[in-house]
Design a binder for this molecule. Sequence first.
Ligand SMILES: C[S@@+](CC[C@H](N)C(=O)[O-])C[C@H]1O[C@@H](n2cnc3c(N)ncnc32)[C@H](O)[C@@H]1O
Length: 381
Amino acid sequence: MLPSLTADERLHSEAVAALIRGRIEASGGWMSFAEFMELALYAPGLGYYSAGSVKLGASGDFVTAPEISDLFSRCVARQCAEVLTATGGDILELGAGTGRMAACILQSLADLGVLPDRYFILEVSADLADRQRSRLQALPAQLRDRVVWLDRLPAAPMSGVILANEVLDALPVQRFIVRDGVAHELGVGLVNGGSALQESFQWQESTESIDVAADGLPDGYISEVCPRIDPWLASIAGSLARGAMLLFDYGLPRAHYYHPQRSDGTLRCFFKQRAHSNPFINVGVQDITAWVDFTRVADAALAAGLDVTGFVTQAAFLLGTGIEAMTIDVDDVAARARLAGEARRLLMPGEMGESFKVMVLCRDLDVPLRGFAHQDLRGSL
Ligand SMILES: C[S@@+](CC[C@H](N)C(=O)[O-])C[C@H]1O[C@@H](n2cnc3c(N)ncnc32)[C@H](O)[C@@H]1O
């Protein structure tokens, strides 16, 4: 059973559902799921990420690695330090959530003596950008003054590091169903007479095919595809003159992503720490995500002129960047036990260790990267 909505959440969700319903009616009764997801998450002032719900952290809907433990961000900082030592320049973080990772990375880089000139944040959610501002306000001036919020990618290509943790999984996806070896788009239709909240929307198959290699997949097979990755990556790659882009997310190489046994796709919704697979309830007050097809990311990176320098599990990345020593070299017994527990959540295969992957895409950078030294999964892409 999912937790019920508060009165405010119900009102908010009704407003988002009404907006989407109006758009579907205006376009003749059908909408691509990518457009539904775009509106449910990002409709200005209304979508899940645009409006004011808590979203991240224990009191929100889901918890990300930087919210579980600063160990994660300290490891990312170590990797950034290696790149910045070679390139100088800046860090650009895409979708910085609560700003906790940004704060921790800046503090860690100050300790390591390798600060970026500026720490750019590009955030599509005005609500989260406000929260990032209040959190980063508490940093010492010499760190705080480096943070710059952008509303578009930097005008001049930068050198340094681009970071994105759990951003790719938030890009709107199309859904499809296989009929006779052809992928047909599975969009959103309206339920006649449904109330605004729970009963408005239903999956509706289109007769149009979409561009997915569906041969070999059984009839009725459902999954997702994210064409948005290609222009997203191309535009970001255009902003990187020299350095590395680090992408962290749950995902798989394509052969595993479209495995015949994974017959109901990877779409997941998060509401008050519960995961489920119905995007048509709690519209606008729950997160909607899909796993990342890392083969698509690698292809898009190559097309944009980047080198796919490494692809590892989150566990391999964190071990390579020294998480073990961070949990051992701690004098206080209680703190050591707490850190060991946090490290287990980040590292264990049944938690985030294996389902989360890290990909590094480089331009004009030829330095060994410790996060990618212990594993190489690029052959699986
Ligand atoms: C799942 S949250 C992850 C937040 C944070 N990185 C963390 O790990 O806690 C997704 C973030 O990506 C942002 N986002 C979504 N689409 C984006 C885009 N196209 N460019 C930049 N940020 C985006 C959201 O507003 C949100 O901050």
